[in-house]
Design a protein around this ligand. Structure first.
Ligand SMILES: Cc1ncc(COP(=O)(O)O)c(C=O)c1O
Length: 372
């Protein structure tokens, strides 16, 4: 036994940190409940699998595995061309969360503060708190980011504002007009992270502000291959920003991130227009079906611009009970307590069959009552 107290090595902000808890994996559910058919609608993954061109690109690069990766230059080049920016404006990394982590390490000083909304992507809070800085949130208005409230909440210590559009887990967007008004009220010394993990699902809505139309010097756009391209397991994401921000981020990023296979998958996926088209087509159909069927059961569903819907229940007990009962049948949904929404449940879109299985199971559990 060691004689010293090893906990003295752990800073208080790490000791008190509540880690991000991902949903149960399909294998875990199979094992725990002894069920063969698992329908996982808990993590906003692509139910169609991965882009076939991405898989092909991974296979082609398997023979390069003895060599170190090149830091992402191939993918940066393709993304720069596609978005008509310089390669110096592009960064790629281990998922958009990997880049988020690098942003916090690069730009925050110990006395800085991070500001965001309540009820948004919980992974960001974990990253910010693990940096030991002050973390502040502003309540939402009717399940939407309160952009005027966020702009008003900026103080002299605020260094980063984190916006998510469409937001996870509410599925709502803020509009061009709302973003432009917000931007005018935020000082230039504040860095705005615009997390567009669900960009592809919202891009055709003409009220949606594609942040690539605003190449503001203090805005970093983050996107991912994890959702619409079906590459959550590859860990590959990307970001756009002013070249001075990217130059400094590149100093902090691990030199061999992303992996060779992750980068190849990203390049392959970008060429796969057909896969993206089919993904978006299935998703629109799924959102319509899930929203309609849930509302027909008398449930409150927040209109979604992403690849999931959020259901608002009467109580935490009802939300937790629903998730638990469905889990026993092999249907995995996300109870949103860790997102600060204990009476809400998120359902990711699945294949047509998975959506139907989920709705039919819910119809058995939820009595049709006019009182709802
Ligand atoms: C809003 C948002 N940002 C980032 C991420 C993480 O994405 P990635 O897989 O690219 O790290 C997620 C994942 O669910 C998300 O919902």
């Amino acid at each position: 036994m060691l004689s010293w107290d090893c906990m003295s090595l752990v800073p208080p902000y790490i000791e008190s940190l509540a880690p991000y808890l991902p949903g149960l994996s399909i294998e875990e559910v199979r094992r725990e409940f002894n069920i063969s058919r698992v329908v996982k609608l808990a993590s906003n993954e692509n139910p169609m699998g991965a882009s076939p061109l991405a898989i092909e690109a991974i296979q082609t690069h398997l023979t390069d595995l003895n060599r170190y990766p090149n830091g992402g230059v191939d993918l940066r080049r393709v993304l720069a061309k596609q978005h008509d920016v310089k390669m110096e404006n592009v960064i790629v990394g281990s998922g958009s969360e990997g880049i988020m982590s690098n942003i916090l390490r690069t730009f925050l000083g110990d006395d800085d503060e991070v500001l965001t909304s309540e009820a948004t992507f919980a992974g960001f809070e974990v990253l910010a708190r693990s940096r030991g800085v002050a973390f502040r949130t502003v309540p939402q208005t009717n399940w939407h980011f309160d952009l005027p409230g966020l702009a008003d909440a900026v103080n002299e210590r605020t260094k980063i504002i984190y916006l998510v559009n469409p937001n996870n887990p509410t599925g709502t967007i803020f509009t061009r007009e709302e973003f432009e008004a917000f931007y005018r009220h935020v000082p230039e010394r504040v860095l705005i992270i615009l997390d567009e993990a669900y960009f592809e699902y919202a891009k055709d809505n003409n009220r949606y502000p594609d942040s690539m139309h605003y190449r503001y010097d203090n805005v970093i756009t983050l996107r991912t291959f994890s959702k619409a391209y079906g590459l959550a397991g590859a860990r590959i994401g990307y970001g756009f920003a002013h070249e001075e921000l990217i130059r400094n981020l590149m100093k902090v990023k691990l030199p061999f991130e992303p992996s060779t296979l992750a980068q190849a998958a990203g390049v392959g996926a970008l060429a796969d227009r057909e896969f993206l088209y089919r993904t978006l087509e299935l998703n629109s159909r799924s959102i319509r079906y899930l929203t309609g069927a849930l509302r027909d059961m008398g449930l409150t569903v927040v209109p979604s611009e992403a690849n999931f819907v959020m259901v608002v229940l009467e109580s935490e007990a009802e939300a937790a009970g629903l998730v638990r009962d469905l889990l026993r049948e092999g249907i995995v949904l996300r109870h949103l307590k860790p997102f600060g929404l204990p009476n809400c449940v998120r359902i990711s879109t699945g294949t047509d069959e998975q959506n139907r299985i989920c709705i039919e199971a819910l119809q058995c559990l939820i009595p049709m009552t006019s009182s709802r």
